[in-house]
Design a protein around this ligand. Structure first.
Ligand SMILES: [Zn+2]
Ligand SMILES: [Zn+2]
Length: 247
């Protein structure tokens, strides 16, 4: 699998990155994990949005799904006519949320442009097998374990510290974990990981590579990296827009 970071800014777009979005490619198939604010532009830089197998949403906060709105316009108003629906997998209520973001009636909402389906515990999209694990966040949120070609990536989505994330990530090849908080911060409980916790969870899961993401603009990335490195001795990266990883 090839992972391309489309956006890695936490909670809101930063001056140099869209909010959360990650392109996964394998065997001429491609899915996008999350499509946060600003990410649809970056998607067009790295892939043809009309050749996407699916968008897979970790949860329905705007920094993870807001650019369904731009994607909808590109689908529905293409000069050659409406494009075939793109699959969108997400938490229960994704179709209604998408319609509400655009000020549409819930029916049909964006159903002409997207084929919505609820996650369920596991499913396949082309060569990708996706397993979902509920994690800890103020709204229903899922860690996404994605396997293809015998390799596995686990994306935390947004979550507070939880053994469920360790289980979801067990012996994966790459952990893409959020690191919104720093240990020194005034951190609201039950919302996000600190960079140190991201490192601890990846170490406990036995994952050899960790990419820290959902990096919030007001944190010093070097500080986040140092905090994670103190708890994790594998290969450690900070996500950057446009960065690619062979998983
Ligand atoms: Zn977020
Ligand atoms: Zn969130």
């Amino acid at each position: 699998m090839r992972l391309t970071v489309l956006g890695c800014a936490g909670s809101f777009p930063s001056a140099h990155s869209p909010a959360s979005s990650y392109l996964l490619e394998h065997d001429d198939h491609r899915i996008v994990l999350d499509l946060g604010s600003g990410a649809f532009g970056a998607l067009q830089r790295h892939a043809d949005p009309y050749r996407l197998d699916a968008v897979v949403l970790s949860h329905l906060h705007p920094d993870h799904c807001a650019d369904l709105c731009g994607y909808y316009v590109a689908q529905a108003y293409h000069p050659d006519g409406p494009r075939p629906p793109v699959a969108v997998r997400g938490p229960v209520g994704t179709a209604d949320r998408a319609a509400a973001m655009f000020g549409m009636r819930a029916e049909p909402g964006m159903r002409g442009a997207f084929a919505f389906a609820d996650h369920g515990p596991a499913y396949e999209i082309g060569p990708f097998r996706i397993e979902t694990t509920p994690v800890v966040h103020p709204v229903p949120a899922y860690a996404l374990r994605v396997s293809a070609g015998g390799r596995t990536l686990v994306y935390s989505g947004d979550t507070a510290a939880t053994p469920a994330l360790v289980e979801a990530a067990r012996r994966a090849d790459l952990a893409l974990f959020e690191a919104s908080f720093l240990q020194s911060g005034q951190n609201a409980p039950g919302v996000h990981l600190t960079a140190r916790e991201a490192g601890e969870h990846a170490r406990a899961a036995g994952v050899p590579r960790l990419v820290l993401t959902h990096l919030v603009a007001w944190n010093d990335p070097a500080h986040s990296r140092a905090e994670a490195a103190a708890a994790y001795d594998g290969e450690l990266h900070l996500a950057e827009p446009g960065a690619t990883y062979a998983v």
